[in-house]
Design a protein around this ligand. Structure first.
Ligand code: AP5
Length: 218
């Protein structure tokens, strides 16, 4: 199954995708993580992407399509995949559909996580991440046992540079303008589109997500 997770910055796409992948062995393709890894490795692609990410703008399509294609090549055929942060505009969505079609695949389901801006801003302003294992915490909503320290590997937690308030405002605008129209695009293309409230607790959202996708551990 191929599932696209859509939703504004901070709604919980990463948090929910990790839980889904851990519980059911799904692969995650997270374009934001791939770009941050390229930036941290100091590659040319990473340096180029950083200029856009720092402003909260979308990185250009050709670069994104290239990294998604490379990542897809590493997956075994038949693997269940959740796409988080991709596609992000209509051009990426069209190219992605064509890419999948050429290998006889399609997007099966789309999940739209929704929350009001005040919830998103509160979550983003408290988000802290572990540089080594990628675990994500929240200062007020999902704090680590020791402040500023990752529960899993003891790494010193950091705040993403693009989580500064002025950049977040732009990311929200870019989402509304470029990404939100994909909901109508997928509804028209007959993919199964689920709308899930993202503001309840992590556990409640995860249950709703599993129910929507028809997944059960038993
Ligand atoms: P990306 O990394 O994809 O950022 P985003 O879409 O803005 O999403 P976030 O990572 O901010 O939020 P999330 O929904 O994953 O929330 P999370 O689970 O962390 O993209 C970054 C940049 O890369 C873009 O701006 C762009 O420049 C570039 N880019 C990426 N993909 C691209 C593409 N396809 N094309 C072009 N450019 C691209 O949760 C947030 C916080 O809330 C955490 O602290 C978490 O602990 C907490 N939280 C989560 N759920 C709950 C809950 N239910 N209750 C309480 N707290 C919660």
């Amino acid at each position: 199954m191929h599932v696209v997770l859509l939703g504004p910055p901070g709604v919980g796409k990463g948090t929910q995708g990790i839980l889904l992948a851990d519980a059911f062995g799904w692969e995650r393709i997270v374009t934001g993580d791939l770009l941050r890894a390229a930036r941290d490795a100091g590659t040319e692609l990473g340096r180029e992407a950083q200029q856009y990410m720092a402003r909260g703008e979308l990185v250009h399509d050709q670069l994104i399509i290239g990294i998604v294609q490379e990542k897809l090549k590493t997956l075994t055929l038949g693997t269940n995949v959740v796409f988080d942060g991709f596609p992000r505009n209509s051009s990426q969505a069209l190219t992605f559909s064509m890419m999948l079609q050429t290998v006889g695949l399609a997007i099966d389901q789309v999940v739209v996580l929704e929350a009001d801006d005040d919830v998103l801003i509160k979550r983003i302003s408290g988000r802290r991440s572990c540089p080594s294992c990628g675990a994500v915490y929240n200062q007020s909503l999902a704090s680590p046992i020791r402040e500023g320290v990752c529960d899993t590997d003891g790494g010193a937690l950091f705040r993403r540079a693009d989580d500064e308030p002025s950049t977040v405002r732009n990311r929200l605008e870019v989402y509304r303008r470029e990404t939100e129209p994909l909901i109508a695009y997928y509804e028209k293309s007959h993919a199964l589109v689920h709308h899930i409230a993202g503001s309840p607790s992590v556990e409640v959202v995860q249950t709703a997500l599993r129910d929507a996708l028809g997944l059960s551990l038993s």
